[in-house]
Design a protein around this ligand. Sequence first.
Ligand code: GDP
Ligand code: ZN
Length: 310
Amino acid sequence: MKGLVIKNTGSWYLVKTEDGRTIECKIKGNFRLKGIRSTNPIAVGDYVQIIINNEGTAFISEIEDRKNYIIRRASNLSKQSHILAANLDQCMLIVTINYPETSTIFIDRFLATAEAYRVPVKLIFNKIDRYNEDDTRYMDALINLYTYIGYPCFKVSALNNIGTDEVKKDLKGKVTLLSGNSGVGKSTLINAILPEQTLKTGEISDYHNKGMHTTTFSEMFPVDGGGYIIDTPGIKGFGTFDMEEEEVGHYFKEIFEYSAQCKYGNCTHRHEPGCAVRDAVEKHLISESRYISYLNMLEDKEEGKYRAAY
Ligand code: GDP
Ligand code: ZN
């Protein structure tokens, strides 16, 4: 029987079957996914085949090909990775101008990583009720920038239910991963979007306290009109994608566009002569903040270190 994995506790999975039942399933100890070394090979969003025994227990026998998936490495040194979620239609990154401030470096690293995973991103600017004139002006400038590059933006006050209907509408019929630094209002927004859910702000915080961020625990919640939101408690973003130095520029859309005119094909847009990207930054055709984020990601590559994007 075919089903959708809607919850992953690390030791068992909740599978929603085509006939509408939700069944707790285990996986066989020898279950391995080709090409992926993972301590936990199945993720929420996976479509699976399950087999139900006579005793009423069930196990997952097969997993369908994924259209995409996001991973998180177990540690900087480990090659082992956790699959956080599969088959995403989009990701919504919640950011705040203030209380707390979300840096553009964090936003841009997240966007670049999502490009590498081929997951479209939308930005939710939350807590608009708290911003002063300067904050609001800066927010609008950022919204102009990101909308222009191709990332749709929402202005929201999750606390006051402002702008939440637009977000809700956009979730319909899609599988959406919600991300954001802690404190930006992710649980408040989930509560505003899913009023019928018993999920409370405090419950999510409990996951943090129990150190759940070191596990793959994640869950999908159905939204009105079809579709799901995925919450990965304790995980604020994606793990950095493994990419080559000259690849980083591919994931900054506007940098990639200009790079076609660079003198050297393998230009890293730092000091090379005839660099069309640096020229575009000087002419303000590429935003300086985006270029700084790009250099920041390159620096990680230079030092050969792995830095988490969350
Ligand atoms: P999370 O860590 O991202 O899940 O953040 P929470 O949802 O727990 O919110 C953190 C704090 O920000 C709480 O005190 C919320 O009440 C507050 N908060 C969330 N959304 C808003 C908002 O739209 N406006 C204001 N003023 N506060 C908010
Ligand atoms: Zn260049």
